[in-house]
Write a protein that binds this ligand. Structure first.
Ligand code: ADE
Length: 225
């Protein structure tokens, strides 16, 4: 059994989910004038929704919080606050997933208080119902058993974070081979991201000073915390 429940998401699944989401919105009889993508996770779903719903107005708001892949994050806030006049417009805020719901809560509050919209609704591909503080107005899947969705747009970032976590959790092991780490990744996370992601993740961790690559050997040189 993997340590963390993960779902490896393919691009085609994302297109299909965005299509299903667009149909749910259209069938509800509500048609947004403008989409606001939450950066960065909402970009791809938002752009696909624009296509499926023939929406030509798309902008973005970046919400950041501290923490890393598959860990509870805290303190969501708007990274670059800016003022806009969206008087009377129906605004759809889009993100990839509603996990705790913090990003969506912060984005909705900010848009309502600063951009003068007519109406604001929320849409995501997944909604993790047992942990989410809110329910998006539109979603495709209700996820009842907490899962890390490994979306294609965070593949390298997640792979590097997960490998870093493996290295951190095995404090006494100062040297790994590449294949040992890849096998441990597959075992702990239950997914295989394939190449080039493992190689790129090792290079990224080397650039961050966490490991040193020596041929097929990986020497642990630094740890978080
Ligand atoms: N971002 C926040 N929660 C997530 C999850 N469960 N899967 C993928 N990305 C996320």
């Amino acid at each position: 059994m993997p340590k963390v429940k993960c779902k490896l998401v393919a691009w085609e699944e994302v297109v299909n989910w965005a299509y299903q989401l667009s149909q749910k919105i259209l069938e509800s009889g509500w048609h947004p004038d403008i989409i606001v993508a939450i950066a960065r996770g909402g970009f791809v779903p938002a752009r696909l929704l624009c296509d499926f719903m023939d929406i030509h107005e798309l902008l973005s708001i970046q919400i950041v919080h501290w923490g890393r892949a598959a860990e509870i994050t805290t303190e969501a806030h708007v990274k670059y606050p800016y003022q806009l006049d969206l008087s009377g417009k129906k605004v759809l805020i889009v993100d990839d997933i509603c996990d705790t719901g913090d990003s969506l809560i912060v984005a909705k509050k900010y848009v309502e208080e600063n951009w003068k919209p007519g109406e604001v609704k929320l849409a995501t591909l997944q909604w993790i119902s047992p942990v989410a503080k809110i329910t998006p107005d539109y979603y495709v899947d209700e996820v009842k058993d907490w899962t890390w969705y490994q979306y294609p747009w965070t593949r390298l970032e997640d792979t590097a974070n997960f490998i870093e976590k493996i290295v951190d959790e095995n404090k006494d092991k100062k040297e790994w081979t590449k294949s040992e780490l890849v096998e441990k990744f597959k075992e702990d996370y239950g997914i295989d991201v394939g190449e080039p992601y493992y190689t790129l993740a090792f290079r990224l961790l080397e650039a961050y000073g966490r490991i040193k690559l020596q041929g097929d050997k990986i020497v642990v040189t630094g740890r978080k915390g």
